[in-house]
Every structure is written in structure tokens, then in C-alpha cells.
Design a protein around this ligand. Sequence first.
Ligand SMILES: Cc1cc2nc3c(=O)[nH]c(=O)nc-3n(C[C@H](O)[C@H](O)[C@H](O)COP(=O)(O)O)c2cc1C
Length: 219
Amino acid sequence: MKIKLFVSALCLVGMMAGCSPTGAQQGGETATVATAAVDTGKIVVENIMARRSVRQYKEWPVGRDTVQVLLECGINAPNGMNKQPWALRVVDSKEYIDGVTAVFKEVNPRVAGEQGFKNMFRNAPTVIFVAADPAASSSQIDCGLLGENIMLAARAMGLGTCCLGSSAAFLQNNPRAAEYLEKLDLPKGYKLLYCIAVGYPDESPAAKERDASRVKFID
Ligand SMILES: Cc1cc2nc3c(=O)[nH]c(=O)nc-3n(C[C@H](O)[C@H](O)[C@H](O)COP(=O)(O)O)c2cc1C
């Protein structure tokens, strides 16, 4: 079913280019542009379909210039009335990550004992924290769209990511982690929604099955 969806998506991209008023058949520059659009479309669709949550990373750090590109992609997401009701914080400090993980381990010794556990952010060397302004009615939607932009851009740049609700909840709700939440210096009233683990992948997880019956065309 997954493969069928993927093929349909690729066909859609091809049809979109073919249906342009000038058409690909007219040759010359138009054909080149149309072909390039199909190629680009395929690459974008492939990137979306191949993204998976990564939970094991190489030790390699992620350069801040690279992270900056991800952040730019994130804040260019559509958002309700362009209110941009988000605050992003990037942590790549081993001291911070190991420090809060030490607190996490005391509270969750079973999880911390799992094979391959390095830190509470699914072992990533860089973490992007996403906080929302609850006063903006669409802030959760806006922050979600922002995150997907970041994760898809990351994959296109050879990086792995994992969206993490539990790590954010731990920081947001556990008084013993308060010092680390404070260090994020979030605007007053903002709530930490989720984190994005970022790093160079050290695993290639298989796709999890999606339920295509949840999608319907209505005539
Ligand atoms: C809002 C949200 C919260 C998530 N929280 C966690 C989490 O706390 N820990 C984790 O390992 N994965 C977390 N994930 C990742 C999901 O488990 C993952 O996206 C899902 O199983 C589908 O797998 P895929 O991303 O590889 O396609 C979260 C994803 C989302 C969207």
C-alpha cells in the first residue's frame, strides 16, 4: 500500500508538470523547465517518503551553519496570520545534554538502562527545542508545520531527526529539571511543545506501516 501511495505521488508530480499551459512538448526552454520541475518534484517526494525517525546518531557534531539553515526552513513554514507564535532554542552543549540526562536517568532508570542509551534526546548531539505561545490559537499547528519543515530539510542535507514529545514534557513538567528549562530562556508564558533531535544518522530504520484507509476523496 505504501509503495502504491509513493508511485501515485510521483505520477501526480509528473502530471502537474505535464498539465502546465505551455506543456512540455513545445520543446526548448519550456521543456527543460518542465523536466527540471518533474525531477525536482521526484526528489522532494522521495525525501518526504524516506524520512524516518532516527534514534541512533554518529558522535559527529552538527555545524551551527547547518543548523541555521534548518532553522530558516522552520520559520518559513506557513503559520496563522503570520503571528509566528513560536520560540526555538538550539542546544549542542554536551554539558547541558549530559546534565539534564543525569536528572532524567535518576527519574527513569529503566529507560536509561536500555541498550544504546546515550542521552535523553534519543542520543542526538544537537537538540532543537520548540516552544509555543498558548495565547495564539493556531500555535500548536504552526509549531507542527515548522517542525516538519526542519525535519525534511535535515533529511535533504544528510541529517537524521526525531520529533520528541516525551523529552519536552520531562523538561516542562519535572521540577528537578527546572534549571535546564530556565536555561532555555523562553519568552514568558511560552510552553515547551516538543524537541527535535538532530544528528548524523547511525541507523536506517524501516518505514512503519501507514493506514491508507484514513484518507478518502469525497465526491
Ligand atoms: C508529536 C510527536 C511526538 C513524538 N514523541 C516521540 C518520543 O517522545 N520519543 C520517540 O522516540 N519518538 C517520538 N516521536 C516519533 C514517532 O514515534 C514517529 O514519528 C512515529 O512512530 C512514526 O515513525 P517515523 O517517524 O519513522 O515515520 C514523536 C512524533 C511526534 C509527531
